[in-house]
Ligand binder design. Structure first.
Ligand SMILES: Cc1cc2nc3c(=O)[nH]c(=O)nc-3n(C[C@H](O)[C@H](O)[C@H](O)COP(=O)(O)O)c2cc1C
Length: 309
């Protein structure tokens, strides 16, 4: 019989100033914009629900085939950030999430610093948003990643921080692993107003049919194949920024996967692709993490503390 509520304290963590009852969250874009996952478990029991990235405007996303299988249970997607826009989300999706008692992390995107600033303005003053993830790392839009250089990253984060930075809401810069030096990009984000990092977004990948059927499918790689990439990014950024709040994401499907990311230096983890195969995955990972802690007579707080020593 799976447990629905976390043992108080064992899973608790802090991501900077944000205290969370559990170190396990959903990953943006993998469980909808609102309370869609509530059919499978109590959203209030998760560390947080990170909603799919929102622009200042409604956006249809990409046409055609949007997801494709990849080796070892991984996947490619080119959804392209379909969403209702911040205003409609505030009105339609946020209230049911809050009614579930969820800790809500909003995620915003834009194709430029100006568009990100507009999304931040549309979000400003929204009650019930615990943190804002700034997605500057989607590989599925017009072939480029906004946060591909330190300069563009700093401009993007500064644009968001100018509106939301004074409100006391944590700003997590969500970074791409497809850069030469992720620590350089992370430093630019933190220097421009990000209060934390979410590592990592999907990695550009391609599928080609050996028999030449269909057109090659270009998309972002996620799932188990991404886990070593996420571990490396978290590890390197933890070494470079010992005090920075870091959320690890990439291929987490079990409690042990979550422990690996915590040991690498994450303060919390997110579960994404695993949710498509098992919509209860975030809760299951949480339950497995709790059992791991019990077996090792420890807590998430101790594991993450050890990673900083
Ligand atoms: C179908 C799909 C849609 C996604 N949409 C978003 C999104 O809107 N915003 C975002 O920041 N990341 C998005 N991501 C990336 C995930 O949040 C996560 O960073 C990535 O998938 C790695 O984690 P995973 O291996 O656990 O899925 C998406 C991933 C997938 C698979």
């Amino acid at each position: 019989m799976p447990r629905t509520a976390a043992e108080p304290g064992v899973l608790a963590t802090r991501v900077g100033g944000l205290e969370l009852g559990s170190a396990v969250m959903t990953a943006s874009g993998t469980s909808g914009h609102g309370a869609e996952l509530a059919a499978y478990g109590r959203l209030a029991d998760l560390g947080a629900v990170v909603v799919k990235s929102l622009a200042a405007f409604p956006w249809p996303g990409n046409g055609g085939l949007r997801v494709h299988g990849a080796p070892c249970g991984s996947m490619l997607n080119r959804v392209g950030l379909q969403g209702p826009g911040v205003a409609a989300w505030r009105e339609q999706d946020l209230p049911p999430l809050l009614a579930c008692g969820a800790t809500v992390v909003a995620s915003i995107w834009g194709r430029s610093a100006d568009e990100l600033a507009a999304a931040a303005e549309a979000l400003a003053g929204t009650d019930g948003v615990a943190a804002v993830e700034v997605n500057i790392s989607c590989p599925n839009l017009s072939g480029h990643v906004l946060g591909g250089s330190a300069r563009a990253t700093a401009e993007a984060l500064a644009a968001v921080a100018a509106t939301l930075g004074g409100a006391g809401v944590p700003l997590w810069a969500k970074l791409s692993p497809a850069v030469a030096d992720i620590c350089e990009i992370a430093g630019a984000a933190l220097g421009a107003g990000a209060s934390g990092l979410t590592l990592v977004n999907t990695l550009p990948g391609l599928w080609v049919d050996a028999e030449g059927r269909g057109t090659p499918f270009a998309g972002g790689l996620s799932g188990p194949a991404l886990r070593p990439v996420a571990l490396r990014a978290v590890h390197d950024c933890r070494r470079a920024f010992s005090d920075a709040p870091i959320v690890g994401v990439g291929g987490v499907a079990t409690g042990t996967d979550a422990v690996e990311l915590l040991r690498a230096g994450a303060d919390a983890v997110q579960v994404g692709t695993a949710t498509f195969a098992d919509p209860r995955a975030p809760w299951r990972v949480q339950e497995e993490l709790e059992r791991w802690c019990a077996r090792h007579a420890t807590t998430v707080e101790e594991v993450r503390g050890a990673a900083r020593r």
